[in-house]
Design a protein around this ligand. Structure first.
Ligand code: HEC
Length: 127
């Protein structure tokens, strides 16, 4: 992301003490993908299609993760998802998703470039 320093700054600062509590497994990644499709894809897009809303309706624009997976670490992403990003369309999911669900979706994003085969097949399936 452009402007990485100021956006990522607090996330990397606060994420230092966070540790991903979920096991990184095919099951977790699949669960994360489902959470992503339900809650995030409307803005962040899917493998088969970018989000029109996300690419046109927001400034700053919503990163389209199928094209450009986030480069943040899992704890940094957890911090971002939990707290949102002030003054952008990225809301805080605290209270909307459980901590486990947030870690699952973050684990999915973290493995987007190397999804286990069955999950990759599902991800590439057009909905
Ligand atoms: C209403 C639209 C919207 C929804 C829904 C949404 N996001 Fe975002 N998200 C954004 C925007 C806008 C940004 C970029 C903000 C910026 O430029 O700093 C963002 C940024 C992020 C980032 C930081 C990316 C980076 O590389 O800096 C992560 C991680 C993220 N979102 C995860 C999620 C997850 C996980 C969900 C679902 C639980 C979700 N978002 C739902 C709009 C959205």
């Amino acid at each position: 992301m452009g402007n990485g320093i100021c956006r990522k700054g607090p996330a990397s600062f606060y994420a230092v003490d966070l540790k991903n509590p979920v096991t990184v497994s095919e099951e977790t990644i699949l669960a994360g993908m489902k959470i992503f499709r339900t809650n995030c894809a409307g803005c962040h897009g899917e493998f088969s299609h970018l989000s029109r809303w996300g690419t046109r309706g927001f400034y700053p624009r919503v990163p389209q993760f199928a094209d450009a997976p986030p480069s943040l670490t899992a704890p940094e992403m957890f911090f971002v998802v939990n707290n949102g990003i002030p003054y952008t369309g990225m809301g805080a999911w605290d209270g909307m998703l459980s901590d486990v669900e947030m870690w699952q979706v973050v684990t999915f994003l973290n493995n987007l470039k190397s999804l286990p085969e069955p999950v990759a097949a599902e991800w590439k399936t057009k909905r």
